[in-house]
Ligand binder design. Sequence first.
Ligand SMILES: [Zn+2]
Length: 141
Amino acid sequence: MSHNQDVMNKVCPCGSNKPFDYCCKPIVQGQKPAPTAEALMRSRYTAFALGAIDYLINTTAPENRGEDDAEILADQVKYTNWTGLTILDTSQGNRSDETGMVEFEANFETDDQSGTLYEKSNFRKEDGFWIYVDGDVEIRT
Ligand SMILES: [Zn+2]
């Protein structure tokens, strides 16, 4: 867990260059809702990096949650090290919108490979909270 502790004291894992305490931390810990689809996307990347599995499930659209999600995510966070996030484009997803799209690249490393996950993610607002709906994913290694 020393890796995670390091992250806590430094800049946010999402690549915003803001301190973690003032960026994704209050969002992942449920102290404040993500104001935009991009902020939700960033907080989910951070949750992947830190292994905040409950947060990942809670911010996925209910119809797209699977019974095995917790198990699958636990495996993913165990074997994948996320090393960087780049937001490429956004469409809508602002405070006044109900839906939004975020296009991004996320770099990762596992024991035997490193690569880039490229995704166009769709988000929607539900009861004032942005949630992840689905996305087109491409893995480049
Ligand atoms: Zn952040």
